[in-house]
Design a protein around this ligand. Structure first.
Ligand SMILES: *[C@@H]1O[C@H](CO)[C@@H](O)[C@H](O)[C@H]1NC(C)=O
Ligand SMILES: *[C@@H]1O[C@H](CO)[C@@H](O)[C@H](O)[C@H]1NC(C)=O
Length: 287
């Protein structure tokens, strides 16, 4: 009784989050994803000799802001519904004034202002992420939670090597685990919960120096990689997926762990002693 009582607030919070977005019908989602497919360049990567398809005649404070302008204008074209008019002021060369776009001095050249972050949380936008977003090479924070973005995370995102926080939760993304996140050297926070990602988790995910990993409410299958024991994360959430097999014994070796949640998967029959006896598989340890 008391064990399930402890879990109830968590479940309620998770369910409430799921309702934030307006419904997007499957037809609309597949239409938008199809548009993304049509627009993706070969391998959805950015070629070195990438040609701008947006006519850029205005002048910019620096070259990186011009590239950001191309990225953001292309993104605006890939938006099919923007109920709060969040991108209504995404016009003209002053990209630092765009709603949800944040500029800061470049890390490698403080004399230049560059786009350092994008935060479109709770904008309820429907659309997709175009390849050109790979031009936002100064972005350290990319937050688009609670929108209706569809399709896949383009490979060109591997160009965003300063990425620190990546939150794409509560959207309609599909495909395998977005492996671009494994290419970012400085990433600390990965939140991809409430999407339709499927398949296996790459074992390398847990070898990165992450603080938080939210994977819940997707369609991940297969076993949880043993490498989880090497993770530096303090929070890891596997809940509401289709993981099978055992919870790896290696979790006893996680050095910074505060919370790891396995709720609602197909794990069974082989819980390690490290998990204790919690009925709802919510493990709380304090170091
Ligand atoms: C959206 O915002 C822009 C810029 O603020 C404004 O000009 C436009 O009228 C707005 N559109 C709607 C439908 O509110
Ligand atoms: C935990 O780490 C220790 C020391 O590296 C190692 O000997 C042990 O096998 C690990 N335990 C598990 C379950 O992986």
């Amino acid at each position: 009784m008391s064990a399930s009582g402890v879990c109830l607030p968590l479940v309620v919070i998770l369910l409430a989050l799921a309702r934030v977005s307006h419904a997007l019908t499957s037809d609309q989602a597949s239409f938008i994803a199809h548009r993304q497919l049509l627009s993706l360049k070969e391998n959805d990567d950015l070629p070195a000799d990438f040609e701008y398809e947006i006519d850029v005649t205005v002048t910019f404070a620096n070259r990186r802001l011009k590239r950001a302008y191309v990225a953001l204008q292309t993104w605006k074209k890939a938006i099919y519904s923007d109920p709060f008019n969040t991108t209504g002021n995404w016009d003209g060369p002053n990209v630092c004034e765009y709603t949800g776009v944040f500029c800061a001095p470049a890390l490698d050249d403080p004399s230049l202002d560059v786009v350092a972050g994008v935060d479109l949380n709770h904008a309820d936008i429907a659309g997709y992420l175009p390849t050109e977003l790979g031009l936002l090479t100064d972005v350290a924070l990319f937050h688009v939670n609670s929108n209706r973005f569809c399709g896949v995370i383009p490979k060109s995102f591997s160009k965003l090597i300063l990425m620190h926080e990546f939150d794409i939760s509560n959207n309609r993304f599909v495909g395998g685990f977005p492996k671009v996140v494994l290419t970012w050297p400085a990433v600390k926070f990965i939140d991809i919960r409430y999407n339709d990602f499927e398949g296996k988790l790459p074992p390398e995910l847990f070898l990165k120096e992450l603080d938080a990993i939210f994977l819940n409410n997707n369609r991940f299958t297969s076993t949880i990689p043993d490498t989880v024991g090497k993770s530096t994360a303090s929070v890891v959430v596997f809940a509401y997926n289709k993981f099978t097999g055992c919870i790896p014994r290696t979790i006893g070796n996680m050095t910074n762990l505060n919370e790891i949640i396995f709720l609602n998967n197909h794990l069974g029959g082989c819980f390690p002693d490290e998990l204790g006896t919690s009925r709802c598989w919510r493990l709380q340890t304090t170091s």
